[in-house]
Design a protein around this ligand. Structure first.
Ligand code: PMT
Length: 397
């Protein structure tokens, strides 16, 4: 999405991730935005005002006065902006924002700003997990500021965990989304989303199932609903809840029940996202009484379930169809194969070989494929992954 004519203030504070802002500024300018940059004193140790000034085609602010003693009017600058982004935001600047500690030019501009504010924190994992940081993030969220949470991964300290600044591409898409009509960007759309596992009964006591918690699908449903979509959520057994008036939840148990429920709605939806982990096989005979143990081995004959997604691909009539691929080997090849075989518009790959990805975790690491494009994302909370998927999808609709 173009940011043509949008006026953005970028406040950069002193962290190693500041270098990433060179790329973000380049991309913002390319997308048509006007960018004015403020560096704190410590940010100057990490990035060069000259580089940023060249990339933004404007002067870079570092203090209330320039070298030639001309005053930089913080109020005028603040009122000029359509949006203020502070990235990377250190624990120190976060605390200042939270407490209104106005002891530098960036804080003076921030406190004069009337535009939406987005904050992208970055710091080492233990700092990020510190209760004061958690509290300060909650406080500034209560001011109405949007947080772009730090991502998981390797940190400058050599440790690994949550604390990395979001990648410039992710920050850019949050900004683009901010300028689209955020709460109604999917208002006219109906989504069908599947979530959770399916249980295939062996007898009244036992079943064949899998480890899906349903979280990925519920987070997708909540995010789509937040953006104004009407969501039909069909979930296998899961303890997840969806209290949103835009979500209609249908609970099912087996793959056949999920199949039946999906096709009650499929003709009338604009987008379908199939994140459920559907059983490929089901017992040929489901015993009506509990199978009793005896001295011999027990063999259960399994028959193939219908492939819900493949059938949707065959019946597609204008719906935008998104599948998931959960893989453990030859991940990309398998995902791309499913994209073609199931006639999908997009597939989201998650691999169980990536730590923190896939089932049951609160996090996921995905790669998106369309017939012509692919994009990788870092390990993030499933809420953030849902946003990435919907941001990507919205560009394709
Ligand atoms: O629920 P969580 O704990 O949060 O975990 C999320 C998840 C790991 C379950 C989710 O991110 C995920 O990967 N879901 C798809 C799991 C899966 O079944 O993948 P698959 O590669 O086996 O299937 C490919 C696609 O076909 C999927 O969209 C699946 O919904 C669909 N399918 C599969 C079999 C079948 N009989 N019918 C189908 O529609």
């Amino acid at each position: 999405m173009s940011l043509q004519g949008k006026k953005i203030i970028l406040g950069i504070t002193g962290g190693i991730a500041a270098y990433k802002m060179n790329y973000l500024v380049r991309d913002l300018i390319k997308s048509g935005a006007e960018v004015k940059i403020i560096l704190t004193k410590s940010a100057e140790d990490f990035v060069s005002p000259l580089t940023l000034s060249t990339l933004s085609k404007d002067k870079v602010y570092t203090d209330f006065y320039d070298e030639n003693k001309t005053w930089n009017n913080h109020v005028e600058l603040a009122l000029w902006a359509d949006l203020m982004l502070i990235a990377p935001c250190t624990a120190n600047t976060l605390a200042k924002i939270s407490n209104g500690q106005c002891d530098n030019f960036l804080m003076a501009v921030y406190m004069s700003a009337k535009c939406p504010v987005i904050v992208a924190p970055a710091m080492d994992l233990d700092m990020y997990a510190h209760p004061t940081v958690t509290r300060n993030l909650q406080t500034i969220e209560s001011f109405g500021h949007q947080i772009i949470p730090a991502e998981f991964g390797e940190l400058a300290s050599g440790l690994s965990g949550q604390g990395r600044l979001a990648e410039p591409a992710s920050i850019l898409s949050v900004l683009q989304h901010q300028f689209s009509d955020r709460h109604s960007s999917l208002a006219a759309k109906t989504f069908l989303i599947t979530a959770g596992p399916t249980y295939e009964n062996i007898d009244p006591v036992r079943f064949i199932g899998n480890h899906s918690s349903g979280k990925m699908g519920f987070d997708l449903a909540k995010e789509a609903a937040k953006r104004g979509a009407k969501v039909i959520l069909i979930s296998g057994p899961s303890s997840q809840k969806a209290d949103d008036q835009n979500i209609t939840l249908h609970r099912v148990t087996s793959a056949q029940e999920m199949f039946d429920e999906v096709f009650k709605h499929y003709d009338n939806v604009d987008v379908a996202i199939m994140s459920a982990a559907v059983a490929d096989y089901t017992p040929k005979v489901k015993a009506t009484e509990k199978i009793k143990k005896n001295d011999s081995e027990l063999t259960i004959e399994l028959v193939k379930n219908k492939d819900i997604l493949k059938t949707m691909g065959e019946k597609k009539a204008g719906q935008f169809l998104v599948g998931f691929a959960l893989e453990t080997q030859n991940e990309e090849e398998n995902a791309k194969g499913k994209l073609v075989k199931k006639n999908l518009d997009m597939i989201v790959l998650n691999s169980l070989r990536d730590e923190g990805a896939g089932f049951a975790n609160a996090t996921n690491k995905i790669k998106i494929f369309t017939p012509t494009e692919e994009q990788s994302f870092s390990l993030k909370s499933k809420e953030e992954v849902a946003k990435d998927i919907l941001n990507y999808l919205e560009q394709k609709l």
